[in-house]
Each structure stands twice: as C-alpha cells, then as structure tokens.
Design a protein around this ligand. Structure first.
Ligand code: G3I
Length: 395
C-alpha cells in the first residue's frame, strides 16, 4: 500500500533517489518556483511524475531548470517516434533523441520511450509499398523487427520503458482494432509481434501498451480484451498507459474513477502517460454553438486566462489527481507538456488557438493549477490495500 500522508511529508526532507539538482548546479538560471517539486512529492507517494518535452525546452535555460527541478522522468514529445528515428529505411537518426537521454542522465531523471509503433508519425515504407499497397506479412514483420531492434539496441540500458504500441484500439464501435497499415500488412497479431521483438531486443526494459480513452466505457472493454490477448500470447507487459487527455468538464471524476478501478483489477501497473486538461470548448454531440467555435477557431482566452478559469482548471486538476492517487497501481503520471506555450492543444482540435491547459504559463510561471496539484499530492488518500491488489500481482 502507498505510504500514508504524514510519512510522505516527513520523507520530503529526506534525500530522494530522484532528488532534483539544486539551482546552484544550473548556472545562469533562476529558480522558477519555490514550492516543493512535483518529483519529490510524487516520489514520496510512490508515483513518478513526468513530462513530455521538446528539444527547445531543454535548451532554454529557464525551462530546462524547471523540468530538471520538477520532474522525475521525461518523454520525447516527438523525437523518438518512428518517423524521427528511421524516416528513411535502414538509416537511423538518433541525434535529437540522444539529447533527451543526455539531459535526463545529467539531471538524474528517467526516460520514457515514445513510441515504437503508431499509425501516425510513422514512415510509409514500414508497412506499405510505393503505391500505398500493404507489404507482404513477411516483409512488414521484418521492417517492424528491424526498427524495434535498431532502436532498442541503440538505447539499451538508458531508457526506463517504452510505449511499444500506441493507440491501436479503434474508436469505431464496430471495430476492435484501428484500421492501420500495420494491421493490413501483418494482421491482428502485429501487436503481439511488436512486443516479442522488443522483448528479444532488450530483456530488461519495461514495455507498455499506451492508448487514449481506455478509461472510458466505450473503449475499456476493447482494451481489456487486448491486454488479455497479450497475456494469452505470453507477452510480459510491464504497464498499461492511459493517456489522460481530459477536458475541464469531461469525463466526470466518477467516470474516470470507474475506468481506473476496472483497469486496476487487471493486475498490471497503470500509468497516466499524457495528462492535460483542455479548458477550451470541443464539439460534443454536434452542438451548433460549439461547432461554430471550433470551425472559426475562436480563441476564448486569447488575451489571457481569467482568474475564475485559473480556479476552475486548478479545481479540475485537484479532482483528477485525487482520483488517480487513490490507486496504488498508478506508478507514473506524465503530463503531455508542462507549459501553455508548448502544449499540442494550441493546435488541436483547431490550429493556432491560445490554449491554457498546463500547470505553468507561457512565461514558465506556475499557475494556480500547480498549487492545486501540489495540494492533492500532499493530501489525497490512497484506497485501502484490501480493495486494491498490489500492482503487477496478477501477471
Ligand atoms: O516538424 C514539422 C515542422 O518541420 C513543420 O514546419 C511544422 C508545420 O506545422 O510541423 C512540424 O511537425 C509537427 C510535429 O508535431 C512536430 O512539431 C506536426 O505538424 C504536428 O502534427 C506534430 O504534432 C504532434 C502530434 O503528436 C502528432 O500527432 C504533437 O507535437 C505531439 O505532442 C502529439 O503527441 C501525441 C502523442 O504522440 C500520442 N497521443 C496523442 C498526443 C497528442 O496528439
């Protein structure tokens, strides 16, 4: 069971394996905040708190110091995806990706690899010929194996865990798996094969399945089916990644809780891998007003995020952290970005909006949301051990 609050607080002053470098070790930078760091608060509760970043956030001294201080692990937002590492067949390009590993090692952080196989940001040649036709199963499997072996061999011993397969489950209620080039060329067992190739290339690295909305009722049964298939095929899965791209008012805390509680019974560690809370409107159920907002790309908070919205965002982060922290099975919570200037939500679902979903603003200043998360990390209680099987016990 996760350590209780009073013990957690007393441990904050103790040396931590994830202890952040002091600002004195980062010459030329100023401390962006004086509140306790996420990484220390998380470590004291047995949860690794991380962020996805891009290269520029490691070269800017202010953001680099902030990331090193606050987070226990980093994920490359784009630079470890297949099109970044092997855009041209047989020609691996690791220069940018290596910078994340060097940065993490310099700051005593772990690296999460993202991702070995995804339908997006993958080179066409992996699974299709020049006319867009699926390659033969043999050729596609060879390409997949060569990619995974090339990447895992390069990073061996320096990456904590990999999102092996990303977003393979279909949103379409009539489909189990998403219709992708990998599926068309190889068949449904392409996911098992990807895990097999990864395990043979590196027996020690952690291997995860990662997807969005698998906490939601419409997709969770398919996730459970997939996890069972992997188990039946003998795959040693080290964690289930739940992305956590949530909105201000949706899904409800009760829905998130229900989803997590069922996934927690599977017996694998759970990770919230891409957390953000979008405060801008989305089209849901075809509402005319919101559709118009989306189409026109209206920026509700282009000129600033008002105090009442800051408060709402903070309350929502507190709410989702309170739910997540109930589950000792959740071993990592990674934000997808950390500052409003760098979030993908400035370009999704409408390009070029001024969004405000993260705990730090565009000047890398902490927002009230950050305080709310700190508060939740200090005060949220874990569920009793009796109702929560220990992570990984049913593997
Ligand atoms: O690199 C080009 C650049 O050369 C070009 O000038 C520019 C013009 O738009 O585009 C750049 O590529 C962009 C790329 O990010 C790197 O910045 C792409 O347009 C853009 O689509 C791409 O978006 C990424 C997205 O994945 C792609 O689907 C986001 O940064 C990245 O945060 C996002 O991450 C995904 C996770 O991997 C999986 N889960 C969902 C999550 C959010 O979409």
């Amino acid at each position: 069971m996760r350590r209780v609050h009073s013990l957690a607080l007393s441990l904050l002053s103790a040396a931590s394996v994830f202890a952040a470098p002091t600002m004195a070790e980062s010459p030329g930078t100023t401390a962006p905040t004086e509140a306790p760091a996420f990484r220390e608060l998380g470590t004291s509760r047995g949860v690794m708190i991380g962020t996805a970043i891009v290269v520029e956030e490691m070269t800017n001294p202010t953001s680099a110091a902030l990331v090193a201080r606050e987070f226990a692990c980093i994920t490359a937002g784009n630079d470890m995806k297949p099109d970044a590492l092997q855009r041209v067949k047989g020609k691996f390009t690791f220069d940018r990706a290596d910078r994340y590993v060097a940065f993490a090692e310099a700051h005593n952080m772990k690296v999460i690899g993202h991702t070995l196989l995804w339908h997006s940001q993958a080179p066409r040649w992996l699974f299709e010929d020049e006319h867009g036709k699926p390659l033969s199963r043999e050729e596609a499997l060879k390409n997949l194996r060569d990619h995974i072996h090339g990447v895992l061999t390069h990073f061996k011993g320096r990456i904590h865990g990999w999102d092996v397969v990303n977003e393979a489950i279909a949103d379409d209620p009539n489909r189990f798996l998403r219709d992708t080039p990998a599926l068309r060329a190889i068949g449904e067992d392409y996911i098992v094969k990807a895990f097999e190739f990864a395990r043979e290339a590196d027996p020690d690295v952690e291997l995860y399945y990662n997807d969005y909305n698998i906490d939601a009722d419409y997709k969770r049964p398919k996730a459970i089916k997939l996890i069972q298939q992997l188990k039946d095929a003998g795959v040693k899965l080290d964690g289930i990644g739940i992305q956590g791209h949530w909105m201000l008012g949706h899904p409800s805390a009760a829905d998130i809780d229900r989803g997590l509680s069922e996934l927690a019974t599977l017996g694998y560690p759970l990770m919230i891998t891409e957390l953000d809370i979008d405060p801008l409107p989305r089209r849901r159920g075809g509402g005319a007003d919101v559709t118009a907002i989306e189409r026109e790309g209206l920026d509700l908070y282009k000129d600033g995020f008002p105090p009442e919205m800051q408060q709402k965002l903070g309350d929502r982060y507190r709410e989702v952290f309170t739910v997540m922290l109930k589950y000792p099975q959740i071993t990592r919570i990674t934000f997808w970005g950390f500052n409003d200037g760098g979030t993908w939500l400035n370009d999704f679902p409408v390009r070029g909006r001024t969004n405000h979903p993260m705990p730090w603003d565009r000047q890398f200043k902490p927002k009230p949301a950050r305080d709310a998360i700190v508060d939740a990390l200090r005060t949220a209680t874990s569920a009793p051990a009796a109702t929560q099987p220990a992570a990984g016990t049913a593997k």
